[in-house]
Design a protein around this ligand. Structure first.
Ligand code: NAP
Length: 465
C-alpha cells in the first residue's frame, strides 16, 4: 500500500467499519491509508454472521460492501484481535487515528431464575451457530435444538422473529441458503412443533418491522397463531397505532392471523403479548417458562397483574438485545454497553481523546438496520477529517508497517487475497453439494482456505525468480 500521510486503523470489519473505511477512502481532502482490522478471518460482521441465512437479498449486501475492501486506500487485515494479539496502545503507536467499530457481540441478560439452565440459550448463540460463526458453541446449541419440540423465544424484535422463523422453516426452504451443512442437518432433525414468541408489552410496543412480521405468513410448513385478547388495545395503544402507519400495518397483519388454528404436521408459530418472563422452570434442564400477564402504563412500562401462567418449553431462546463489551483499555459505559463519545469522538473522562473515534453499535447501541451505520459512520469520519484538517491528530511517526509487526509476532493476518481464497473455497464447497455456497464455520478450515492464497503467491514468486 502506498504510504499516506494519515494512517487510520478501523477496528471491526462489519458494516459500520466498512462504511467508515468507505467514507475515508472516498474523499479527496486528506490522503489516507486505512487498515480495516477484524478478529475473524472474514469481513462483513453481522452481514455474514447476523443477517439470517434465509434473507439472501440482505446477505447479498456483502457484494456492495466488497467494493470498499477492493479500494486501493483500504487494506483488510483479518484474524487479528486487538486487545489480545496487539494491545490498544501498540495499535495506536502504529497509526494516527483509530476508529472502533467492533459492534455489540454480547447478549443482554434477563436477570431471572433459571436463566442459565441447559436448554436456555441467548439468541446471539443461536444466530452465531446458524450463520456459521467460528466461535459458536456448536455442541451446546445442537444438543438443545435436537431436543426442542416446544420453543419459547423471549422478545419481539427482529432477531426474535429471525430465530423463530428459522426454527419453523422446513429443510427444503433452508437448503438454498449458505448455512453450514451441520446446521442444515441439525435443523432437519429438530423435532420443533411449537414456537411461541413472547412480548412483555403489547403489540404496539413490539420492535419488529412489518416486512419481517409478514414473512411469517409465507413459511412452507408453519401456521401463525394470535390470541385476539392480546390484540385488544387500551386508549393509549389506540392513539399510538392511529399516529403511526408502521404500527397500524403490524396490527393489521397480526389481526389477519386471528382465527388460525394449529394444523397437524405444521409448526405452530404463536405470537403472544403482555407476557413478562418471571422464571425458567426445570431442575436439570428447561421444562417451561413462567410468565405474568402485564398491562402497559401511559409511560409505556409493563406492570405485572399477578396473573401467572406456564408456557411449556424444551428450549428457551432469550432474544432481548445485544450488548457491547469493552476492549482492554477502552472505556465502555457499564449501563448502555457503548463507548462514550461526542459526534463519534471517543471521550475519556468526559474529554475527547486525541485520535480515537467510534461508529456503529458500540457507539450508539444495538439499534437500526444495516444502512443506519452509513450515516453513523459518516458523522464519525467527518469529525476525524475535521480534526485532521485542524492539525489535532498527532502523526504516529516512522513506525513499522502494522502487518509486518503482526507477522513478526508469529500472527497470521488474513489479507484480501486470503479472504478471496476463503470466498472461493466456500463457493466450491457449495457447488460440490449442489448449493450456491456453504459457509466454512470453523477457524481451522477458514485458515486452511486462506493459506491457499499465500501458497499460490509464493509459488508464482518462486516461478518468477
Ligand atoms: P430489539 O429490537 O431491541 O428487541 C429486543 C426485544 O427484547 C424487545 O421486544 C424488548 O421488549 C425485549 N426485552 C428486552 N428486555 C426484556 C426483558 N427483560 N424481558 C422480556 N423482554 C425483554 O433488539 P433485537 O431484536 O436484538 O434487534 C437488534 C437490532 O437489529 C434492531 O435494530 C433490529 O431491528 C435489527 N435487526 C434487523 C433485522 C432486519 O432488518 N431484518 C434483523 C435482525 C435485527 P421491550 O421493548 O419491552 O424492552
Amino acid at each position: 500500500m502506498q504510504r499516506c500521510p494519515l494512517r487510520i486503523a478501523v477496528v471491526g470489519a462489519g458494516p459500520a467499519g466498512i462504511y467508515a473505511a468507505d467514507a475515508l477512502a472516498h474523499q479527496d481532502a486528506i490522503p489516507v491509508a486505512v487498515d480495516l482490522i477484524d478478529r475473524l478471518p472474514t469481513p462483513f460482521g453481522l452481514v455474514r454472521h447476523g443477517i439470517a441465512p434465509d434473507h439472501a437479498k440482505m446477505r447479498a449486501l456483502r457484494e456492495t460492501l466488497h467494493h470498499t475492501l477492493d479500494h486501493e486506500r483500504v487494506r483488510f487485515v483479518g484474524n487479528v484481535e486487538i486487545g489480545r494479539d496487539l494491545g490498544l496502545d501498540e495499535l495506536r503507536r502504529h497509526v494516527d487515528a483509530v476508529v472502533y467499530t467492533y459492534g455489540a457481540a454480547g447478549d443482554r441478560r434477563l436477570g431471572i431464575e433459571g436463566e442459565d439452565l441447559p436448554g436456555s440459550l441467548a439468541a446471539t448463540d443461536v444466530v452465531s451457530w446458524y450463520c456459521g460463526h467460528p466461535d459458536a458453541d456448536r455442541a451446546t446449541v445442537e444438543d438443545a435444538i435436537l431436543r426442542a419440540r416446544d420453543v419459547v423465544v423471549i422478545g419481539v424484535g427482529n432477531v426474535a422473529l429471525d430465530v423463530g422463523r428459522v426454527l419453523a422453516r422446513s429443510p427444503g426452504e433452508l437448503v438454498i441458503t449458505d448455512m453450514p451443512q451441520h446446521v442444515l442437518d441439525t435443523l432437519a432433525a429438530a423435532p420443533v412443533e411449537r414456537v411461541t414468541v413472547l412480548g412483555r408489552r403489547g403489540p404496539v410496543q413490539a420492535t419488529f418491522t412489518t416486512q419481517e412480521l409478514r414473512e411469517l405468513d409465507h413459511l412452507a410448513d408453519a401456521v401463525v397463531l394470535v390470541d385476539p385478547a392480546d390484540l385488544e388495545l387500551d386508549p393509549v395503544a389506540e392513539e399510538l397505532a392511529a399516529a403511526d402507519r408502521v404500527l397500524a400495518r403490524n396490527l393489521a397483519t397480526l389481526r389477519g392471523w386471528v382465527g388460525h388454528s394449529p394444523a397437524l404436521g405444521r409448526v405452530s408459530v404463536q405470537l403472544r403479548f403482555h407476557a413478562r418472563p418471571v422464571r425458567l422452570l426445570g431442575t436439570d434442564r428447561v421444562t417451561g417458562l413462567e410468565v405474568e400477564r402485564t398491562v402497559v402504563d401511559a409511560a409505556g412500562r409493563a406492570t405485572g397483574t399477578g396473573e401467572l401462567d406456564v408456557v411449556p418449553a424444551d428450549l428457551v431462546v432469550r432474544s432481548v438485545g445485544y450488548r457491547g463489551h469493552p476492549l482492554p483499555g477502552l472505556p465502555v459505559d457499564e449501563r448502555s454497553g457503548t463507548v462514550p463519545h461526542e459526534a463519534g469522538r471517543v471521550l475519556r473522562e468526559g474529554v475527547p481523546s486525541r485520535g480515537e473515534y467510534t461508529a456503529g453499535w458500540i457507539k450508539r447501541g444495538p439499534t437500526g438496520v444495516v444502512g443506519t451505520n452509513k450515516h453513523d459512520a459518516r458523522e464519525t469520519v467527518a469529525a476525524l477529517l475535521a480534526d485532521a484538517a485542524d492539525g489535532v491528530l498527532r502523526p504516529a511517526g516512522d513506525v513499522d508497517d502494522l502487518v509486518d509487526t503482526l507477522v513478526a509476532r508469529g500472527l497470521e493476518p488474513v489479507l484480501l487475497s486470503n479472504w478471496r481464497a476463503i470466498d472461493a473455497a466456500e463457493a466450491a464447497l457449495g457447488a460440490s453439494r449442489g448449493r450456491a455456497r456453504t459457509t466454512l464455520h470453523d477457524r481451522a478450515s477458514l485458515l486452511t482456505a486462506a493459506r491457499a492464497a499465500s501458497a499460490a503467491a509464493e509459488g508464482s514468486a518462486a516461478a518468477n525468480r
